[in-house]
Design a protein around this ligand. Structure first.
Ligand SMILES: [Zn+2]
Length: 191
């Protein structure tokens, strides 16, 4: 299954700065100067932005002459459920703009909803629902910082069904409101 680019360069760059494990397997960081490729969560020293390119499969990285990082070992599948987890993550990141629930995820991977919930939690520490909300909030944060879309537009763009729910989840995850977040990011950018 080919994963298409669902994130901009800057989004992926921010995720690797955060060593965000949620995105492991979705894309790989290729460092042009060292010819090494890494998982997004790799804890090695971060390369310079201009030396980085991203690819979406191990095959693609190796085809371009990159070798796997010894530290994060992106080429090693660490669990027999890697493929399952990957499928669920692909589905969630591909459909976060729509109204989706556990039933849709379960149908996609061909398992029962309760089993999907349990197995995904075991593998990632998140339920599909909480994972989906994190993807949505990451996306919303990115849009707040980099576009002039209104809160309502961003709420709809990121698949939230109501602004009150959007505000609530945003505050839970970012400890501030969307407006505060945008203001802070804007000040940092301009100052
Ligand atoms: Zn690495």
């Amino acid at each position: 299954m080919e994963t298409e680019a669902k994130f901009t360069f800057d989004e992926m760059w921010e995720k690797i700065l955060d060593c965000d494990r949620k995105y492991d397997g979705l894309f790989f960081t290729c460092v042009k100067t060292t010819k090494i490729y890494c998982r997004p969560s790799c804890r090695s020293r971060k390369p310079k932005k201009r030396n980085v390119e991203f690819c979406f499969s191990i095959e693609e990285a190796e085809r371009h002459g990159f070798r796997a990082c010894k530290r994060c070992q992106p080429e090693i599948e660490k669990s027999p459920y890697v493929e399952f987890t990957q499928q669920v993550v692909d589905f969630l990141t591909g459909h976060y703009q729509q109204k989706i629930g556990l039933d849709e995820v379960a149908a996609y991977v061909g398992m029962s909803p309760s089993y999907v919930d349990r197995l995904f939690k075991q593998e990632t520490g998140e339920t599909p629902r909480s994972y989906l909300e994190k993807i949505r909030i990451d996306k919303a944060a990115y849009l707040l910082a980099s576009t002039s879309l209104t809160n309502l537009e961003i709420c709809l763009e990121t698949g939230f069904q109501s602004t009150s729910h959007f505000y609530k989840v945003f505050r839970q995850q970012k400890r501030q409101s969307p407006g505060e977040y945008r203001k802070e990011k804007g000040e940092r950018r301009n100052g």
